[in-house]
Design a protein around this ligand. Sequence first.
Ligand code: FNR
Length: 367
Amino acid sequence: MSKLFEPATLTTPDGTGLQLRNRTVLAPMCQYSVSARDGVPTDWHLVHLGARAAGGFGLVVAEATAVVPEGRISDRDAGLWNDAQRDAWKPVVDFARAQGAAIGIQLAHAGAKASTYPWLPAQAEGSIPMGDGGWETVGPSTTDIFGLERPHALDIPEIQASVQAWADAARRADEAGFDVVQIHGAHGYLIHQFLSPLTNHREDAYGGSYENRTRYAREVIKAVRAVWPDHKPLAIRLSGDDWVEGGWRLADTVRFVREARELGVTAFDLSSAGIGAYHGPSGPGFQVPLAAAVREALDGTDSFVTAVGLLTDPAQAEHVVVTGQADGVSVGRAALKDAHWPANAAKVLGVARDGNPRADQYWRAAW
Ligand code: FNR
């Protein structure tokens, strides 16, 4: 018996819940593969996400998808700020669902970390110059902590417009058929830039106290939840810790997830860091303690908490779930190497054929 391959339910406001066939989640991973620098997903997304849905994931989460053009990490990011993008996601959604997976989309705004060349080697780090298609970035405050062009500090009407953009993208995600929206609140992108005192130096209602720094995140959650249907779960990915004194710390995360749960978020994925140099732990399962702390904080609230980060070995993933440190695991790089990570893990864990999510077409692989 494997706990990792037991079904799970993601709670929804209407009480119906979304059933996942197992507790493995494909972590969102940017593919930098849009059609014409226009944010429109392509056949690459269909094949990449489709293969992993066929590979047995319970939930497949599509990459960081920008809610506005200036919120892209790069000009090769996917978007959901117009209907052409929405329509291009539909076949990806339909195929993944036909494989028995649920499919989510990570909505994102890179803020001050936008307009970069993430797919190029380190010597090309830095902002895309305006003359090469770059754009002015935005953030809660001007900062040079990222080693990029300083962002424009959003004024209050601009903050309100950006909250509305998250809601508009969530509405399109519903129209495209996605089962889950995951709000990207991690990795030093816009929401995290508001949360962290390292990047938020505002002196108005969006900066200073914990209450003020979390306001933008709460407003985004409320705006998305208001348009996202009651039968669909809302998820968030957070950096559980900046790993820097004076930054956003695990105690803040533990406090915030309870508030997010009250606002209708029922699935939580715990990553870390993203602001400045990395000072955190490394090694197998290095972020599991963050998920475990959140799991404990949300005990009794019908929430689904996933751990992520170097969870590559089936027994290790099973252990995380069996010991109650998390309800499921998100798998990133290991699933780039092996689209069938879940089906192969189920085999290793001794799951019988009727509980193994291997696609029928590939069942002979188990002979
Ligand atoms: C990522 N990661 C990431 N995270 C995220 O929240 N949104 C994203 O779009 C991306 N994009 C992305 C692209 C690529 C190529 C990689 C390798 C990673 C981070 C990813 O979801 C995951 O958190 C980390 O890779 C750690 O998990 P693994 O890879 O150790 O299982």
